[in-house]
Design a protein around this ligand. Structure first.
Ligand code: B12
Ligand code: SF4
Ligand code: SF4
Length: 303
C-alpha cells in the first residue's frame, strides 16, 4: 500500500505524496469498515492540510486552552527524548479530517436521545482506524529518517479536567484550525469544508511541508450563528440541554450517555465508556458542508 517516499523532492511535492498516502490508507484499510453485516465504509476520503509547527498560534493555545497544552515542538521533543531547541529548524504538522459517511449521518438524523448504531461504531471502530493511520504516518516518516510523533494518543496525550469539564494537552480540533481546516462553532464542533460530522487526527514531523492558508475570518466564522444568521438548530438537537446561545456545556454533554447507561431496549450495544451522542452534528445545516459558503456566494452575487 505504501509508495516509496521521495527523498529529494520539494516541500510541495512531499505534501502531495503525504496527502496521497493518507487517502490511500483510509481507502484501502480493512479497519475502515463497520463490523455490521454489509460492512459499510466508516469514513469518506480524508481532507489533508498542513501547519508550520512553529506557528505562534500554538503558543497562544497555552492561554486559550491551558498552559499544559503542548506546542508541536514540545511534543516532538518529548517523543524523541530531546530538548525543543535540539530539533531541526523547520517542523510541520500534518492534519487530517475523516468525514463521516452519508449512511451513518442519515442513521443519526432520526435519533432523539441516543446515538445510532453506526454513529456509535464510528466513535469506537472509526477511532481504531484513526489510531492506525497515526501509527502508519509516523512509521512512514520515521522509516525515512524524519522525526515523527502522534501527540493525539498516549503516552503523549493527557486528559485533564477543570470546572468547565475535560480538556487535553493536545486538542486535535485546535491543531486542525491551525492547519486551516475550518473553525469552531456554537456547539463546539469543528466545521470543515465537509461539515461538522467527522473525526480528526494529526502527526508532527521534522519533514518540511508548506503551511496551508487559514482562510476563515476567525475561529468561529463557519458557524451560522457567529456569521450573524438565525440558526441554533444544534440547541434543539441536543437531548441533554448542553447547548445554549452561550455555547456548549461540556459537563452536561459528558454526563448524557453516562446517565442513560446501557439501554436494554436498544438492539445494539452503545459504547457508554466513550461519551457524546453527536446528535448536534446531524440534522443541522453544518452537518456535511460549511453552511457559510453559500452566504459568501450570495453576497458576491449581490455585488
Ligand atoms: C475531552 C473531549 C470531549 C469532552 C469535552 C469536549 C470539548 N469541547 O472539549 C466531551 C466528553 C464532552 C466530548 C464530547 C464529544 N466529542 Co470529544 N473529545 C475530547 C478530546 C479528547 C479533547 C478535547 C479538548 O482538548 N478540548 C480542549 C478544549 C479547550 O476545547 P474546546 O472547549 O472545544 O475549545 C473552545 C475554546 O478553545 C474556544 N476558543 C476560544 N477562543 C479561541 C481562539 C482561537 C484562536 C481558537 C482556535 C479557539 C478559541 O474554541 C473552542 C470551541 O468553543 C478530543 C480529542 C483531542 N485530543 O482533541 C475529542 C474530540 C474533540 N471529540 C470529538 C467528538 C466527535 C465528540 C462527540 C461528537 C462525541 C461523539 N463521538 O460522537 C461529542 C461532541 C461534543 C461537542 N458538542 O463538541 C472529536 C471532534 C470532531 C468534531 N467533529 O468536532 C474529537 C476531536 C476527537 C477526534 N479525534 O476526532 N469530547
Ligand atoms: S447548527 Fe447552526 S448554530 Fe449550531 S453549530 Fe451548526 S451552524 Fe452553528
Ligand atoms: S454530543 Fe450529544 S449531549 Fe453532547 S452537545 Fe452534542 S447533542 Fe448534546
Amino acid at each position: 500500500m505504501t509508495a516509496t517516499l521521495p527523498q529529494t523532492k520539494s516541500p510541495a511535492e512531499m505534501a502531495g505524496f503525504i496527502t496521497a498516502e493518507i487517502k490511500a490508507f483510509v481507502t484501502n484499510s480493512p479497519l475502515n469498515h463497520m463490523p455490521t453485516p454489509g460492512k459499510d465504509i466508516i469514513f469518506d476520503e480524508p481532507l489533508v492540510q498542513f501547519a508550520d509547527g512553529d506557528d505562534p498560534l500554538f503558543t497562544e493555545y497555552k492561554d486559550i486552552i491551558a498552559t499544559t497544552h503542548l506546542t508541536p515542538r514540545e511534543a516532538l521533543a518529548r517523543a524523541g527524548n530531546k530538548k525543543p531547541g535540539e530539533l531541526p529548524r523547520r517542523i510541520s504538522v500534518i492534519s487530517w479530517i475523516l468525514p463521516i459517511t452519508l449512511n451513518t449521518r442519515r442513521s443519526n438524523r432520526t435519533q432523539t436521545r441516543l446515538p445510532s448504531r453506526l454513529w456509535s461504531h464510528t466513535r469506537w471502530f472509526g477511532e481504531k482506524l484513526n489510531e492506525a493511520l497515526r501509527a502508519h504516518v509516523v512509521a512512514l516518516l520515521a522509516g525515512r529518517g524524519y522525526l515523527a510523533a502522534a501527540p493525539g494518543v498516549p503516552p503523549l496525550l493527557k486528559i485533564e479536567r477543570n470546572e468547565k469539564g475535560m480538556y487535553s494537552n493536545w486538542s486535535e480540533r485546535h491543531i486542525a484550525y491551525a492547519a486551516g481546516q475550518g473553525t469552531f462553532s456554537l456547539s463546539d464542533g469543528f466545521i470543515t469544508g465537509r461539515g461538522i460530522a467527522h473525526r480528526c487526527g494529526n502527526v508532527v514531523t521534522s519533514l518540511e511541508l508548506p503551511a496551508s492558508p487559514r482562510t476563515a475570518a476567525g475561529p468561529f466564522a463557519n458557524c451560522l450563528t457567529y456569521a450573524g444568521e438565525k440558526c441554533g438548530l444544534c440547541i434543539e438537537r441536543c437531548p441533554a440541554g448542553a447547548i445554549s446561545e452561550k455555547g456548549h456545556d461540556k459537563n452536561k454533554c459528558h454526563q448524557h450517555l453516562r446517565d442513560l447507561g446501557y439501554d436494554p431496549s436498544q438492539d445494539y450495544h452503545i459504547e457508554t465508556s466513550v461519551a457524546g451522542c453527536g446528535l448536534c452534528q446531524t440534522r443541522v445545516p453544518c452537518e456535511a458542508v460549511n453552511p457559510t459558503r453559500k452566504l459568501k456566494k450570495a453576497s458576491v452575487a449581490a455585488t
